[in-house]
Design a binder for this molecule. Structure first.
Ligand code: LLP
Length: 417
């Protein structure tokens, strides 16, 4: 998974660029992405489905990493997009993405977001409830448009992932219970400002087994058959995202195994398949480059205090997620066990625990597999400017987001009169 970098001449490189050169030019903490890996992941996803009757539409889940350069790179490769807010739609458009290849997911779409998406001409709204369908029908009527809709079903399968990122169980807030789906399609059919285009489901994220996907697909296909018996024909079947990557010792299915299992269950149905992958495309193509500020030995634990923190990479604090930590210039000296922590004033501010590292203050570390849900979930907690983002393309370094200035952080604030 960490193939985006390699050790050469005693130093980690991304493509032709040593990580110390990136730190020197842009400072730390900095997110670093590999253009080659982003492109090869996108191509591999498409190639895995080459035997499908028609090429699936890959709608990159913008929330995983919404940097305009990344959206633009995928748009150039023919990607569609999965968005969950008006803000993400604006990003897709600003990055040259095609709204006509964009699906709008999420349980809480506002009227303004619906109008914006209708005016942009998106591919479809993934509808999650009756009140949402009714609101969309009203908004579409108000602006003289017909809204394309797909109903997001909750197939009630357990994706066996972290509870915060499982979405396809009845206990989750997402989707329409498979028991109510037919009623919702009937209601949609009766609305003249709505056009039924598809069905979708998304059962969770960082899924490392095929089983839950196969179960969800079987349920969705049953529903498609039930709808057809009612005379409701669909144009697409969207199976969401969620395929996991390797952070530590997980063994997620390969993209080829995933595609093979889904295509064999799918058979020769006429509908176009749609996917919404996020993490699988970008997770392994990014790392967070950080510098060791202090080493602080303790009675029970040693701390390596680095200049990145939970505000930069929230996954460890939020999900106890494990990310690999690499020394950028490995030393021959004896390694010690460290908790890698940031400067934020919270005990939950840690990036990695109990790692064997041979390091000195001033050394660089690379936190791996940080391309997905890293920068996108970052914040300004403790009034920390968000990190810079750099894309490596061969031997070239492109800064695709400048580090924030401190003054930016309170630019929208004002004093009382
Ligand atoms: N489609 C929908 C409707 C989603 O809700 C998501 C992710 C995706 C697609 C993309 O899933 P992916 O292929 O990236 O697994 N912050 C968490 C992950 C939250 C995922 C939320 N939904 C993390 O850092 O692990």
């Amino acid at each position: 998974m960490d193939a985006m970098h390699s050790l050469r001449g005693g130093e980690l490189h991304v493509d032709e660029v040593p990580l110390s050169a990136i730190a020197e030019r842009f400072g730390t903490p900095t997110y670093v992405y590999s253009r080659a890996m982003l492109e090869s992941r996108f191509r591999a996803f498409g190639a895995a489905f080459a035997s499908a009757a028609q090429p699936p539409l890959v709608c990159y889940a913008v929330k995983a990493n919404p940097n305009l350069a990344i959206l633009n790179l995928f748009a150039r490769l023919g990607s569609g997009f999965d968005i969950v807010s008006g803000g993400e739609l604006a990003r897709v458009i600003a990055a040259g993405g095609d709204p006509g290849r964009t699906v709008f997911s999420g349980v809480g779409k506002s009227e303004a977001e619906m109008r914006m998406a209708l005016e942009a001409g998106i591919l479809c709204f993934n509808i999650e409830s009756i009140p949402e369908l009714e609101r969309l029908a009203r908004v579409a009527r108000g602006c003289g448009r017909v809204a394309p809709v797909s109903i997001r079903v909750n197939p009630d399968v357990d994706p066996r992932t972290h509870p915060y990122i499982s979405t396809g169980l009845e206990a989750n807030k997402f989707g329409v219970s498979h028991r109510d789906v037919l009623a919702l399609y009937r209601a949609a059919r009766a609305l003249d400002s709505v056009r039924i285009t598809g069905i979708d489901c998304h059962i969770g994220s960082q899924i490392t087994e095929i089983g839950p996907y196969a179960d969800a697909l079987a349920r969705v296909l049953d529903m498609v058959d039930g709808l057809r018996a009612e005379g409701i024909e669909l144009e697409h079947i969207d199976l969401g995202g969620g395929l996991g990557i390797r952070y530590d010792d997980e063994t997620p299915p390969s993209i080829d195994e995933y595609a093979k299992a889904l295509l064999s269950a799918y058979g020769t149905r006429p509908q176009r398949l749609v996917f919404e992958p996020g993490r699988w495309l970008v997770g392994g193509a990014g790392l967070l480059l950080t510098r060791v500020e202090y080493l602080k030995p303790g009675a029970t634990r040693n701390f390596a205090i680095v200049d990145a923190a939970m505000n930069d990479l929230m996954r460890p604090s939020l999900y106890e997620a494990w990310h690999p930590v690499h020394e950028v210039c490995p030393r021959q000296s004896t390694a010690h066990r460290y908790d890698v922590v940031g400067p934020v004033c919270e005990s939950g501010d840690w990036l990695a625990r109990d790692r064997e590292l041979a390091i000195e203050p001033g050394d660089l570390l690379a936190i791996g597999a940080a391309g997905a849900y890293g920068m996108s979930m970052s914040s300004n907690y403790n009034t920390r400017p968000r990190a810079a983002e750099v894309v490596i393309d061969g031997s070239a370094m492109h800064e695709v987001r400048a580090r924030e200035d401190i003054a930016d952080l309170y630019a929208h604030e004002s004093l009382l009169p």
